[in-house]
Design a protein around this ligand. Structure first.
Ligand code: GTP
Ligand code: MG
Length: 198
């Protein structure tokens, strides 16, 4: 259960991030996939993280303190085409720096738009996390936009695609809707189970 959630700080480099040793959970994925919206859904606070219908909203590393005990981290999205080369380079450095150096990171949620077939940019990101031995889970977002049949079909296509990457098992998979709250409980229970084993 989340009983308190507050914004801590936004940073443009990992070195400036909070020095405390509180465990943290990062949200990453393509721009506009619903990272900030999911954080708001999990915390029951529509205004906590800034969201937008236009991709490229989140540009910094944003820390939110939960229950005064652990953090949710909202990251900028990758794969947004309509930005300058310079800006893309900076975002890449920010994201890579975060994953390479953030010792407090205990689990990453990679968000995937449940409507689409597996995309190379996401698979590359997932494979890189695996290579770097970062524990991660996958969250299929915006499931409110799909019928039950489409959901089942898209999930199984994705699972097979992951297995084809040569992983021995698929990571934990979640489905979520920031619109109707589906999947929140499962994600929060998962975080709690990790926290209780730290
Ligand atoms: P960037 O910060 O730009 O990388 O985007 P983001 O991944 O943080 O996405 P954000 O949460 O800002 O949401 C993008 C758009 O998708 C907004 O218009 C949201 O309202 C919408 N959205 C997010 N999650 C869901 C969902 O579960 N269902 C539906 N129907 N819309 C969603
Ligand atoms: Mg965002």
């Amino acid at each position: 259960m989340i009983h308190s959630a507050r914004f801590l700080v936004s940073n443009s480099t990992v070195d400036q991030c909070p020095k405390s040793s509180l465990p943290e959970y990062a949200f990453i994925g393509r721009s506009n996939v619903g990272k900030s919206s999911l954080i708001n859904a999990l915390t029951n606070n529509k205004k906590l993280a800034k969201t937008s219908g236009t991709p490229g909203k989140t540009k910094l590393i944003n820390h939110f303190l939960i229950n005064e005990a652990w953090c949710l981290v909202d990251l900028p999205g990758y794969g947004y085409a309509k930005i300058s080369k310079q800006e893309r380079k900076e975002l890449k450095t920010l994201i890579q720096g975060y994953f390479a150096n953030r010792k407090q990171l205990v689990n990453t949620f990679v968000l995937i738009d449940s409507r689409h077939e597996p995309q190379k940019i996401d698979i590359d990101f997932i494979n890189a996390l695996g290579t770097q031995q970062h524990p991660f889970s996958i969250v299929f977002t915006k499931i409110d936009k799909l019928s039950i049949t489409q959901r089942q079909n898209n999930m199984s296509v994705y699972k097979s695609h992951l297995l084809e990457q040569g992983w021995e098992s698929v990571p934990p998979l979640f489905e979520s809707s920031a619109k109707n709250g589906e999947g929140k409980k499962e994600i929060l229970n998962y975080i709690e189970s990790i926290n209780s084993n730290l």
